[in-house]
Design a protein around this ligand. Structure first.
Ligand code: OOG
Ligand code: NI
Length: 466
């Protein structure tokens, strides 16, 4: 990219700041949540020098207290492929495929996020992007109606579309274009009080699934939440009521551990907002809609396929043991059942459960020539060190829990359907990146670099296998 163009990471930073400001103005409770998270993170860091040092080594201190992710729900394949172009301008690539239909939510999804380390450090902002699966609406007439309504809408402004073309032609955006681009794109994420449907249409869509009404009834895919990153989600969960915020009952994901893994999430309940429907005789009819909420997340280590399989098995065991609606009993069951998974970085590394980033220690760099050895031996010699790689993706069961608690009502029955990755990739216009391959290659590259820094000519891939 040429120098006259703004770096995609900088456009993404502008965008996430603009989104945060817009959302704080639209959903005041979200501003309160951001304050709570900032206060809590400061407390945690003040009490935990080791964590502070780890965050510094991983270059994550700048990623606290700011939005880590947001979410939107789209209605058509064209909207999804358009979003892919928009996010590409901001250095965000589709990663992962999430099928939520198994949990009774008629969507599948990906996360548009920065993928390389430097970009993640600059600004981690990503958008969990769902696509409605209209084929899961059973009522054929309603499905046709929803399709027609969606086909008639254009979620991007003419200005955004023109700038996308300019970007693709030029290979970048100038400073002025980038600022305009962020302004124009922001419009797509804005809340619209005025629905595009009548109250009767809304009701039909709502009866089919609340989420269908949320996607189909409005001019665009309003951002439905933003999520800062916390270092202690239990403290934030406990702190919410003290600041007048009502949290969902249960924290999604793994239990609290000394060695945090994957992703833990909680949210505050969606607001009930007044919306305006078009009445039969050109009148406006007032109604209510709940969609927008705030969330927090605590991230831990990325797990290998073996680690992830263990996680899924243990989570399923806990969930089948106690319904997640029974909060104290569920939390206890989760803690107990997860005792099966070692809560110790060395054990997790030795058993191949998590991904690590390797580097030469100062002593290793100073040593003239390190003696060759296994990873365990190099670590034990103090020449090599490793830190768990941060999980940058999402969890389908947790995502379904977040959806559900904010759609109101109990979990719907699973749709009797297959996940449809190919259909999603076709709508998107590419295959989403495989998140596990990204972690594995980051781990391998870090070990290769560390070995070379230590003056060792060992095969990194072979070392990781053994
Ligand atoms: C998205 C829910 C998924 C998460 O953090 O898992 C999500 C939605 O409600 O649209 O954002
Ligand atoms: Ni979320």
């Amino acid at each position: 990219m040429q120098a006259q163009y703004v770096h995609p990471d900088d456009i993404r930073s502008q965008f996430s700041q603009a989104m945060s400001a817009m959302y704080r103005a639209e959903v005041p409770q979200y501003g309160t949540l951001l304050e709570l998270v900032a206060d809590s993170n400061a407390d945690v860091l003040a009490q935990n020098a080791g964590l502070q040092a780890l965050l510094e080594r991983r270059g994550e201190t700048g990623r606290l207290n700011i939005e880590y992710h947001g979410a939107i729900r789209l209605g058509t394949a064209a909207e999804l492929s358009g979003m892919r172009r928009v996010f590409a301008v901001m250095g965000m690539q589709p990663v992962g495929y999430y099928d939520l239909s198994v949990a009774g939510v008629p969507v599948h999804a990906t996360a548009f996020r920065p993928i390389d380390d430097a970009a993640l450090k600059r600004n981690p902002f990503r958008i969990f992007t769902s696509l409605l699966r209209l084929e899961l609406i059973e009522d054929a007439a309603l499905r046709a109606e929803a399709e027609q309504i969606l086909a008639a809408r254009q979620i991007f402004t003419p200005g955004a579309l023109a700038l996308l073309d300019a970007h693709d032609l030029q290979g970048g955006l100038t400073k002025e274009q980038a600022t305009q681009f962020v302004e124009q794109v922001l419009e797509t994420f804005r809340w619209h009080q005025q629905a595009t449907v009548s109250d009767a249409q809304y009701q039909h869509l709502h009866d089919a699934h609340r989420l269908i009404a949320d996607v189909v009834s409005f001019r665009g895919p309003h951002i439905n939440h933003l999520t800062p990153r916390t270092l202690d989600i239990d403290a934030v969960q406990a702190g919410m009521p003290l600041r007048g915020i009502v949290p969902k009952a249960v924290i999604e994901g793994p239990p609290r551990r000394a060695c945090p893994i994957l992703l833990r999430q909680t949210s505050f309940k969606a607001l009930q907002e007044t919306v305006l429907f078009s009445g039969a005789d050109g009148q406006t009819v007032q109604g209510q809609h709940t969609a927008r909420f705030g969330e927090v997340e605590q991230r831990g280590a990325a797990l290998t396929p073996q680690g992830r399989q263990r996680y899924d098995e243990l989570l399923n065991a806990a969930r089948s043991h106690v319904p997640a609606t029974n909060t104290p009993a569920y939390t206890k069951a989760l803690q107990d059942i997860f005792k099966d998974l070692p809560d110790d970085w060395d054990a997790m590394r030795e058993q191949g459960l998590a991904y690590f980033r390797y580097s030469a220690t100062p002593a290793g760099l100073a040593a003239q020539a390190a003696p060759a050895g296994s990873i365990g031996e190099l670590l034990a010699s103090g020449l090599l060190q490793c830190d768990p790689i941060l999980y940058e993706d999402f969890l389908p069961v947790s995502a379904a829990g977040i959806f559900q608690s904010n759609l109101g009502g109990p979990a719907g029955a699973a749709y009797a359907t297959r996940s449809n990755r190919d259909q999603f990739a076709e709508a998107l216009g590419q295959q989403p990146h495989d998140e596990l391959a990204l972690y594995a290659s980051a781990e391998l590259a870090s070990l290769q670099q560390a070995l070379s820094d230590l003056g060792l000519h060992q095969d990194a891939a072979a070392l990781l296998q053994s």
